[in-house]
Design a protein around this ligand. Sequence first.
Ligand SMILES: Cc1cc2nc3c(=O)[nH]c(=O)nc-3n(C[C@H](O)[C@H](O)[C@H](O)COP(=O)(O)OP(=O)(O)OC[C@H]3O[C@@H](n4cnc5c(N)ncnc54)[C@H](O)[C@@H]3O)c2cc1C
Ligand SMILES: *[C@@H]1O[C@H](CO)[C@@H](O)[C@H](O)[C@H]1NC(C)=O
Ligand SMILES: *[C@@H]1O[C@H](CO)[C@@H](O)[C@H](O)[C@H]1NC(C)=O
Ligand SMILES: *[C@@H]1O[C@H](CO)[C@@H](O)[C@H](O)[C@H]1NC(C)=O
Ligand SMILES: *[C@@H]1O[C@H](CO)[C@@H](O)[C@H](O)[C@H]1NC(C)=O
Ligand SMILES: *[C@@H]1O[C@H](CO)[C@@H](O)[C@H](O)[C@H]1NC(C)=O
Length: 537
Amino acid sequence: MNSPVSPCLIALFSVILFSTSSYAITPISNITHESILRCLFHHSVPHNLLYTKSTASYTTLLQSSIQNQRFNTPTTPKPFLIVSPTLESHVQATVNCSRNHGLQIRVRSGGHDYEGLSYVSHDPPFLVLDLHSLSSIRVDTNHGTAWVQAGATIGELYYRIAEKNKTAGFPAGLCPTLGIGGHLSGGGFGTMLRMYGLAADNIIDARLVNANGEILDRESMGEDFFWAVRGGGGASFGVILAYKIELVYVPPKVTVFTKSINLSQGATRVTSKWQRIAYKLDDRLFIRAVMQVVSDEKSSRTIQVGFESLFLGEKEELLALIGKSFPELGLKAEDCQEMSWIESVPYFAGYKNGESPSILLDRKPQFNLSYKAKSDFLTEPITELGWERIWQELLRGEEQATIVVDPYGGRMDEISESETPFPHRKGSLYNIQYLVGLGEGGAKGMKKHLDWIRSFYQFMASYVSKNPRAAYLNYRDLDLGSDRVGSTTYTKARVWGRRYFKSNFERLAMVKGKVDPGNFFRNEQSVPPLFPAYRSL
Ligand SMILES: Cc1cc2nc3c(=O)[nH]c(=O)nc-3n(C[C@H](O)[C@H](O)[C@H](O)COP(=O)(O)OP(=O)(O)OC[C@H]3O[C@@H](n4cnc5c(N)ncnc54)[C@H](O)[C@@H]3O)c2cc1C
Ligand SMILES: *[C@@H]1O[C@H](CO)[C@@H](O)[C@H](O)[C@H]1NC(C)=O
Ligand SMILES: *[C@@H]1O[C@H](CO)[C@@H](O)[C@H](O)[C@H]1NC(C)=O
Ligand SMILES: *[C@@H]1O[C@H](CO)[C@@H](O)[C@H](O)[C@H]1NC(C)=O
Ligand SMILES: *[C@@H]1O[C@H](CO)[C@@H](O)[C@H](O)[C@H]1NC(C)=O
Ligand SMILES: *[C@@H]1O[C@H](CO)[C@@H](O)[C@H](O)[C@H]1NC(C)=O
């Protein structure tokens, strides 16, 4: 931390924060659904945008963007009301009425939260503000910018940009159904991060509704607040209505390849070489590695490493680059495909048969899986021996596990740790994501898979970043620590906060203290308010 907090001050924080926040968190023992419905109606939110459990389409709407079936079970806590705003004033009314009724809200844009926090609260009652209808996109090609509403998906954004200008794009994530509201506010990275950084690095303005129900833009919210919603996660600070983003240049032709190599083909040696160079390559070249256990007809199990790559340039130049710095990959011309940037988006989303980019407009969840994920950062490459041990560990289990390793470097190194809340910059060579399928084996089966990924995470400790062992907010993981909603103290939250934000956590908590002192916007892992007056005591 930049300004270390002495242990006695921490004790003081706990007492003060607890007592100041308790006024806002008074539990409402008997919420009359009618009174909040009346309040919303009174503030001009039409009835047909309100879904209670007795509304016929309540379940369809609730499930429409649940991206992890782990949180789609009969025992998953459900909102007593879903509000589906079509106007910004509906969002204001929802914030005003919920606050005045002491009700907790969850905001959902694309529904990809790894722990389901956009539509599940473990401290009911709560309502869900589902922003899917606030999804307009205005691309301004003259200025190379766009305003995109929070409920749009990045697939829709990519499509609308390319429709207007074939040499413009945006550097965000790979999965087209990701929501703007969650993805951009938490960072957001994909195949162009080595060239252009995070999605959040390319935000130039924002509109949001604060805890008072007021609409603010960059100018009226001020630079601290604006800083917080570019990587600190929207959920702790307000309801993001829209972001203004800067478009980036993409060449008319890009080149992609996927080359899979298993252990008997030398995957260990190739992976080890790739690790030593992938974060240092030309900024236009992104090569990620996707590692899985596979088996062939003889059902002999092996590790397969898929190298998936985007090059912002043509095939000839790519082949020359790889031939020079990564000949071990054995890349041939026929492994590579040239296409437009917008065609590369479905390719990286897993549509490898040349699907039309119009598939990016489809908001339906692409997968129907139940899974658990965790993340790490590498500050140094793993040795060949290290990889051998990791393969052994993977092959020992019977799990459906995937490890995705994304190289950083390039543009990411040029941005300081404190420029946005996302601190994983120079020195963070790779992001690693571990995913395990939870299957359908009931609670017992699920526990086995969860135990496995948790012990695998322990196993990885010696290879990854330390003090703190860092994690990516958008790969949310409640194992890092969580608290009962509303009683989170700064001291407790620092345990996970430093892992997501390093020394930016304190500034985030200070911003929170300024813009939402009553802790209206909260969840199991939100940033708690910290107040300067107490800090200087
Ligand atoms: C299949 C899949 C693929 C992914 N691929 C990538 C990837 O390539 N790159 C990457 O960086 N990440 C990736 N992620 C992680 C992703 O960035 C995060 O899950 C992100 O938070 C999703 O945003 P969302 O709007 O879809 O999610 P939601 O579940 O709607 O929201 C996530 C969080 O943000 C809050 N939130 C949502 N909207 C708003 C709003 N308008 N205002 C305030 N708070 C809001 C929610 O309350 C919740 O806390 C992936 C996740 C999945 C499930
Ligand atoms: C809750 O409110 C209803 C009226 O809206 C009332 O009939 C009921 O008794 C209340 N329950 C409790 C526990 O106060
Ligand atoms: C919500 O409250 C704010 C002030 O706190 C006010 O400016 C705004 O008009 C209100 N909006 C609605 C729709 O209730
Ligand atoms: C398209 O976008 C690129 C990169 O943002 C820009 O240089 C170019 O001028 C744009 N073309 C048009 C016709 O707007
Ligand atoms: C691994 O590669 C070898 C050589 O190409 C191949 O024979 C074998 O089937 C592959 N194994 C699996 C499990 O795919
Ligand atoms: C997804 O899977 C769940 C069970 O895991 C099932 O209830 C649901 O109908 C499936 N949805 C779709 C769209 O396939």
